[in-house]
Design a protein around this ligand. Structure first.
Ligand SMILES: *[C@@H]1O[C@H](CO)[C@@H](O)[C@H](O)[C@H]1NC(C)=O
Ligand SMILES: *[C@@H]1O[C@H](CO)[C@@H](O)[C@H](O)[C@H]1NC(C)=O
Ligand SMILES: *[C@@H]1O[C@H](CO)[C@@H](O)[C@H](O)[C@H]1NC(C)=O
Ligand SMILES: *[C@@H]1O[C@H](CO)[C@@H](O)[C@H](O)[C@H]1NC(C)=O
Ligand SMILES: *[C@@H]1O[C@H](CO)[C@@H](O)[C@H](O)[C@H]1NC(C)=O
Ligand SMILES: *[C@@H]1O[C@H](CO)[C@@H](O)[C@H](O)[C@H]1NC(C)=O
Ligand SMILES: *[C@@H]1O[C@H](CO)[C@@H](O)[C@H](O)[C@H]1NC(C)=O
Ligand SMILES: *[C@@H]1O[C@H](CO)[C@@H](O)[C@H](O)[C@H]1NC(C)=O
Ligand SMILES: *[C@@H]1O[C@H](CO)[C@@H](O)[C@H](O)[C@H]1NC(C)=O
Ligand SMILES: *[C@@H]1O[C@H](CO)[C@@H](O)[C@H](O)[C@H]1NC(C)=O
Length: 841
């Protein structure tokens, strides 16, 4: 247990610290755009936070209990353009509260229970264009102090307690006003005097919304000679009688757009009677809209007759079931019929109609031909209609069609090659069931078509000429269809202007080589949700103009290096998510490619491994190749290297001395020799060498200098090095003393081998053989080389007889003299000898 004094010692400073923290010092507002846009919504602020910079242009203070706006409260924020004070529990706005906000263009005061609004509350605000004062307990427009806001364009005072439509005098100051929303107030009557001020205003662009006011009376002539842009009266009348009186009250009004009707969820008139609309004959209307009236099923002839001169008609959510009554002479140019209920497709014959939008209507099954000779735009989508024969001129009775939308319908049977629709630019069949589309060139005449959507139309593409004739086509969407053999054949050859092609969801397994060859302008290709196993589209089949390629959700396991090297140079986005990547060493070059091209790959972090099991769900990027064995080429190269190195080493080892000789030859060249001869012999014959050879040669005339290892080799130097440096390199000749012992000694044979190399390298005829005693032939044969030489060449044989020995010495001296630099006295003697003693190899 902590002693109370210590506890207090901790708590008191902590509380002191917390009490210093006021909400505004917490930096609570969200900086959406630094210095410009701040969002302080619902932070329980009771005043404007200190840390909002004075440069702020958009400030959202909604849902804070500000309660009261005192004078000059915003004066520090003179740059403000948009100020949102929705639901700030504001009850009082003092004079000059917005003073200084000369740039403010939008002020939102929605949902504040204002009780006290000073006469100067909105002073300043010299640029205000939009004032939203919805739900602020406003009782009357008369008392609303906005007469000086000459720049005001939109005033929204919906959902208040206003019960009079009297537009105050000051409206004549609001010459820019375009929208006045008075919907959902308490207005019941509209009298002539209420609109007096509109006569003083310039020819009006004003749109007036009076929806959801419980209107029961409009004085006849109240709108006489008044021009409005738009008047909306929805859910205003609780019976057709009231509606009839009020519509008659509109007589004389000139208006661009009149909107009558109810809301989908606010229906008051249960039984709509056509007589309610009779008064429309006394109005001049350009565009007429009617929404959501139930029970419209009766004869509507009179009603439409009053609208004969309207150019645009829009009928939404009416329970219309017939339209045959329409006269050919009606001036309608645009007709929109949506969400209605028809028994059968209306037999339309209108000479002036250019645009028909007939969508989301229920109750019909079959399309019947229409006669609309000027029609350019036809939208028949979402009607569950079936079309028995599509699509030619007779079908629509026009050749001017530019836009045709038959999407989301039932069966459409293609029966002609679109003759007569040459003007068509846009054609949409998506999610309808196209029959016979792959039997012949159904689009052959559409040489101006830019956009074609046949997605999900259940076509099985067999005929290769299906897109013939579409020379201008830029966008082709054909997702959700199928191909023969699940392979894209060469069907796009006419589409040289195509930039966008969607082939997703087509169960594709392959793409034929030439398929994309003619699409030289293609920018975007979608192949997602197919069954492709590899990216073999890449190597040469894709146009270089391609920028976006979507191959997501296929079955691509990996790709090989060649395929990846040649992908289009302009590609900026490649989607490979949702494939079956195998994160195994076999594919490490592909996985490395993924890492190297992450800037190109969309959602690269979502590319996950599917195989092997222990890597399932792991991002491809986290594959590490460290555990991978090296590749076969690396292995074979290294094995080869090791082999070569060891062979070289063995050779160097074996021919080390020969190499030393070689090096020595370079070094010593053909310079002066120290010795006349280097003697190679077996140690068993050393006695003979000392007593006979040395005595006779070194002490005779002329004296020869012999190199003998027991005498001349430098101690401390390796014997092999001595043999080469002292023996061979410094001697002119080599005397080989062949004997039984010599042949049996491996050392001697080795020395002899070096001697042969030396002779070869120094290209001297320098080896003199002395055979000391008769050597057995069989023994000699073991030394093949020596045997060959001795049997082919002359050699000196050591004789037992005195005469023999005399001849022996003479011949030896002569051989040694060969190449000696000075000319000694005994030379003539030696020259007379007839025997050549040197042996040349
Ligand atoms: C305006 O800013 C000054 C200095 O920052 C401050 O002293 C003053 O209280 C601010 N005025 C208002 C109305 O907030
Ligand atoms: C209308 O504007 C004039 C000056 O243009 C001004 O004198 C008058 O007070 C304004 N009316 C109202 C109601 O503010
Ligand atoms: C229509 O509204 C008036 C008053 O606004 C009311 O007296 C009358 O009963 C209403 N009629 C219907 C049919 O609701
Ligand atoms: C059109 O207005 C005239 C007079 O303004 C009136 O006599 C006539 O009944 C009105 N027609 C309809 C259909 O309300
Ligand atoms: C339509 O206009 C013609 C002539 O422009 C006129 O004769 C006819 O009365 C008008 N119809 C209606 C219903 O306004
Ligand atoms: C293809 O497009 C180009 C430019 O976008 C256009 O000039 C050309 O006429 C088009 N080709 C065809 C056959 O429409
Ligand atoms: C490709 O098609 C699929 C499915 O049809 C779609 O979800 C995806 O957004 C398309 N990709 C692109 C790049 O439009
Ligand atoms: C690649 O893009 C550039 C610039 O967007 C364009 O000029 C070039 O023609 C494109 N290359 C191909 C082959 O379309
Ligand atoms: C693939 O990425 C592109 C580009 O972000 C995107 O538009 C497309 O919808 C993605 N494809 C799928 C099937 O989500
Ligand atoms: C792993 O990838 C890097 C980068 O390409 C490469 O240098 C390295 O040799 C690879 N390691 C193995 C074991 O293949």
């Amino acid at each position: 247990m902590m002693p109370p004094t210590r506890l207090a010692g901790i708590l008191i400073p902590a509380m002191a610290f917390l009490s210093c923290l006021r909400p505004e010092s917490w930096d609570p507002c969200v900086r959406v755009v630094p210095h410009i846009t701040y969002q302080c919504m619902e932070l329980n602020l009771y005043k404007i936070p200190n840390n909002i910079p004075t440069s702020v242009k958009k400030l959202d203070l909604s849902f804070n209990p500000l309660r009261r706006l005192s004078s000059h409260i915003f004066s520090n924020f003179s740059e403000l353009q948009v100020l949102d004070l929705s639901r700030c529990e504001i009850e009082m706005i003092e004079d000059d509260a917005y003073e200084g906000l000369n740039h403010l263009s939008t002020l939102v005061l929605t949902g504040n229970p204002i009780q006290s609004l000073a006469m100067g509350a909105f002073s300043g605000l010299s640029s205000l264009q939009t004032l939203v004062a919805v739900e602020i307990n406003l009782v009357s427009l008369e008392d609303f102090p906005i007469g000086h806001l000459k720049t005001l364009k939109e005033l929204n005072v919906a959902h208040n307690l206003i019960d009079s439509f009297k537009l105050p005098e000051y409206f004549s100051n609001l010459s820019d006003l375009e929208h006045l929303d008075l919907s959902n107030n308490k207005i019941q009557t509209i009298c002539h005097k209420d609109l007096q001020v509109l006569h003083q205003m310039p020819p009006s662009k004003l749109s007036l919304d009076l929806s959801l006011n419980p209107l029961d009376f409009i004085q006849r002539g109240a709108f006489k000679e008044i021009k409005l842009h738009e008047l909306t009266l929805r859910s205003n009348f609780n019976s057709t009688d009231v509606m009839k009186t009020c519509v008659q009250g509109l007589a004389g009004l000139k208006i661009n757009r009149l909107v009558l009707g109810e809301f989908k969820n606010e229906r008051a008139i249960k039984h709509f009677d056509k007589s309610a609309m009779e008064g429309l004959c006394n109005l001049t209307i350009d565009e007429f809209r009617m929404t959501y009236f139930d029970d419209f099923s009766e004869d509507v002839i009179n009603f439409f007759n009053c609208l004969a001169n309207v150019s645009t008609i829009s009928l939404v959510g009416l329970y219309l079931n017939r339209l045959e009554v329409l006269s050919k002479d009606f001036k309608w140019q645009h007709l929109k019929l949506t969400n209605s209920k028809f028994d059968h497709f209306p037999r339309l014959e209108l000479d002036s109609l250019k645009k028909l939008v007939f969508t989301a209507n229920r109750g019909m099954s079959t399309f019947t031909e229409v006669k609309l000779p000027k029609l350019e735009f036809l939208d028949l989508s979402r009607n569950s209609l079936s079309f028995k024969s599509c699509c030619s001129r007779t079908f629509w009775g026009t050749t001017r069609l530019k836009h045709l939308d038959l999407s989301f319908n039932d069966v459409i049977t293609m029966s002609s090659n679109s003759l007569g629709l040459e003007q068509l630019k846009y054609l949409d069949f998506q999610h309808s069931n196209l029959k016979q589309a792959s039997d012949f060139s159904v689009f052959l005449s559409l040489k101006n078509l830019l956009y074609l959507d046949i997605s999900y139309t259940r076509i099985r593409i067999i005929f290769h000429g299906i897109f013939d004739g579409l020379f201008s086509l830029e966008v082709l969407k054909m997702a959700g269809n199928s191909f023969q053999d699940n392979s894209v054949p060469n069907i796009f050859k006419a589409l040289t202007n195509l930039t966008f092609l969607d082939l997703s969801n087509c169960q594709l397994e392959r793409v034929s080589q030439a398929a994309f060859g003619s699409l030289v302008k293609l920018k975007s290709l979608n192949m997602s949700h197919n069954h492709l196993l590899s990216l073999d589209l890449f190597p040469y089949k894709l146009p270089h103009s391609l920028q976006d390629l979507d191959c997501s959700f296929n079955r691509i396991v990996a790709s090989n290096r060649q395929e990846l090297q040649h992908f289009p140079s302009n590609l900026t986005s490649l989607n490979l998510t949702g494939n079956d990547f195998a994160c195994i060493c076999e594919h490490q070059s592909f996985l490395q490619w993924v890492k190297d091209h992450r800037h190109l790959l969309v959602g690269v972090t979502q590319m996950v491994c599917v195989k092997p099991l222990d890597m399932q769900g792991v991002p491809v990027l986290s594959f590490r190749n460290a555990t991978c064995p090296m590749s076969k080429t690396v292995i074979s190269v290294s094995v080869l290297t090791v082999l070569v190195v060891s062979v070289v080493a063995v050779l160097v080892y074996k021919f080390y001395f020969h190499l030393m000789l070689l090096a020595g030859c370079k070094k010593y060249g053909r310079g002066e020799s120290t010795y006349d001869a280097f003697v190679i012999y077996s140690s068993q014959d050393e006695d003979w060498v000392r007593n006979e050879l040395v005595k006779n040669l070194e002490e005779g005339v002329p004296p020869f200098q012999l190199c003998l290892h027991y005498r001349d080799f430098i101690p401390g130097v390796a014997i092999a090095a001595n043999i080469i440096q002292e023996g061979f390199h410094k001697s002119r000749k080599v005397i080989v003393v062949v004997s039984q012992h010599f042949i049996q000694s491996r050392w001697c044979i080795f020395e002899y081998g070096i001697a042969q190399t030396w002779q070869f390298l120094s290209s001297r005829a320098g080896i003199i053989f002395i055979v000391l005693q008769k050597v057995e032939k069989s023994l000699l044969r073991q030394q093949v080389e020596l045997y060959r030489l001795l049997s082919r060449n002359t050699y000196l044989e050591w004789e037992d007889s005195v005469l023999g020995r005399h001849i022996f010495w003479r011949r030896l001296r002569k051989a040694l003299l060969d190449g000696k630099l000075w000319s000694p006295e005994g030379a003539a003697d030696a020259e007379s000898s007839q025997h050549e003693a040197t042996i040349t190899i």
